[in-house]
Design a protein around this ligand. Structure first.
Ligand code: SF4
Length: 509
């Protein structure tokens, strides 16, 4: 019997290793325990799947002390039990998704090259190698794929710039410094289907003429680092990296570099500085990295999910990807539901689904059972949105119009006990903590921002200090060198706009 127990960090943190060991020990017949990625239903982890004639049957959350009972109840035959969730592929959470990046995550053994190929892996790379590089760039452009790291810049345009910039040495860099609060999709993809990212980067390299790639991965992700390093070794052994890839003449190799925990290194130019061995400080633009990037050479910098979308685009054609989504937001986004939410996890679907559908229908509202009061979308620099905005479609332009941003697709939910003035203060505090210090509006403005909010909630000249806070936000937006200082006013202003009642003198202050 084949049994699947995730090796994903989220599953490991709730005892997946121990559950896998208990299953091997207590099974009443020989079992093959496959360590897959997580399906993304994190409230069910450790989520154990048993292969049966009806398909895979899921059980969760499974704890070690219940393994014996589950085995006795006939779990290995897919028998019913109070922890049995039914046929995995038919669970509404999975059935309603449109998985492109995450198509194989949870399905395959992430470190099996055979499994990867058996489930459609390498189809995109082979399709790319059969065409001219400029046709590959055109395909990515036509797909409408935009950068999933947050900025939403069209990937094809970036690739075209690198391809057309002359140079013997070019690089492909993957930004996996997933530092936004409430985001974990990059990690889950790397731990659940690392070959997909490797394939996407090889396609990018072929398209622009790069021979080397770097994945900048945060030190807070030790499991992802280990999985990716192992996957790269296996890909080299299989001839998917190195010289003459798949006999095509393409030479491309990949290296992992581990960051040291600075949020600003998720900003692309700081990431380049860090990759070059320097302190992570923002570089002014121009020059843009596509022309003068890593070590001064033309460089593609894309997020994990951007690059992981590429194999499917090449395999199925730009039209299939372009056919998903709304307006100028084409394809799918991997939404991450976090914070005070009943059912947290990843949910990949086409752009256009509403915020309310994600939070209430799939997320099940708050974990505390209290009413939802606010959500923060797009990381710590994203706006706070009240429930009255739940009809907002997940679409880059709709969010911009609402004074918000989609960012990397993270959604953090808060119930009605949240203090929004405290959250606004936290935004300024976070900026003060993480500022690289290069420009004054961010370095000094964020510290002043904390002080002004403290004075407002202490009831000191509220009117004057609110005006000052608005002035400060305007200055930071207009005068900061990068998005860190430039976007910090987003959470502050949205909290002021939607929850003004929280910015009054607190009792006892
Ligand atoms: Fe550095 Fe902040 Fe200025 Fe960005 S806005 S360059 S993080 S000081």
């Amino acid at each position: 019997v084949r049994v699947y127990v995730p090796r994903d960090s989220a599953a490991l943190s709730v005892g997946a290793d121990e559950v896998a060991a208990a299953l091997a020990r207590e099974a009443d017949r020989p079992v093959t325990v496959v360590r897959n990625g997580s399906r993304g239903m994190l409230w069910l982890e450790p989520f154990v799947e048993v292969e049966t004639d009806r398909g895979r049957i899921g059980y969760g959350p499974v704890t070690t002390d219940r393994v014996g009972e589950l085995v006795a109840a006939g779990m290995l035959d897919g028998a019913d039990h109070e922890l049995c969730q039914g046929v995995v592929e038919e669970l509404p959470w999975l059935r309603d998704q449109q998985r492109v990046c995450f198509a194989r995550v949870g399905v395959t053994d992430p470190l099996s090259t055979e499994d990867y190929v058996r489930h459609g892996g390498l189809t995109g790379l082979r399709a790319a190698l059969d065409r001219d590089p400029d046709e590959v760039v055109a395909e990515v452009t036509e797909s409408g794929l935009r950068g999933r790291g947050g900025a939403g810049f069209p990937a094809g345009i970036k690739w075209k710039t690198v391809a057309q910039t002359p140079g013997e040495l070019k690089f492909v860099c993957c930004n996996a410094d997933e530092g936004d609060s409430g985001t974990f999709a990059d990690r889950m993809l790397i731990e659940g289907d690392p070959f997909c990212l490797i394939e996407g980067m090889a396609i990018a390299a072929y398209a622009v003429g790069a021979r080397e790639g770097y994945i900048y991965l945060r030190s807070e992700y030790p499991d992802a680092i280990a999985t990716l390093r192992r996957a790269i070794d296996l890909a080299r052994e299989a001839g998917w990296l190195g010289e003459n890839i798949l006999g095509s003449g393409l030479s491309f190799d990949l290296f992992v570099r581990v960051g040291a925990g600075a949020y600003i290194c998720g900003e692309e130019t700081s990431m380049l500085e860090s990759l070059e061995g320097k302190r992570g400080m923002v570089r002014p633009k121009p020059p843009i990295p596509a022309i003068t990037g890593l070590f001064g050479k033309p460089t593609i910098i894309n997020n994990v999910l951007t690059l992981a979308s590429v194999p499917a685009i090449l395999a199925d054609g730009a039209a299939a990807y372009q056919g998903l989504g709304v307006g100028r937001s084409r394809g799918t986004q991997v939404f991450q539901l976090a914070g005070n939410i009943a059912r947290g996890g990843v949910f990949e679907t086409a752009f256009g689904i509403t915020l309310g559908e994600l939070v209430n229908d799939y997320g099940g509202g708050t974990r505390s059972g209290r009413p939802v009061r606010a959500t923060q979308v797009g990381g710590p620099l994203g706006a706070y949105l009240p429930v009255s905005q739940f009809e907002l479609p997940m679409d880059y332009e709709a969010f911009t119009e609402a004074g918000a941003m989609l960012g990397h697709g993270g959604i953090v939910v808060f119930d009605d006990t949240v203090d929004m003035a405290a959250m606004a203060r936290f935004a300024m505090e976070f900026c003060a903590e993480e500022s690289c210090g290069k420009c004054t509006p961010c370095r000094v403005g964020s510290v002043r921002g904390v002080e002004v909010i403290d004075r407002i909630v202490a009831g000191q000249d509220a009117e004057g200090n609110l005006a000052l806070l608005n002035d400060l936000c305007e200055l930071m937006t207009d005068g900061s060198l990068c998005a860190m200082g430039g976007l910090t006013p987003n959470p502050v202003r949205s909290a002021l706009l939607h929850f003004p009642e929280d910015f009054t003198a607190k009792e006892g202050s």
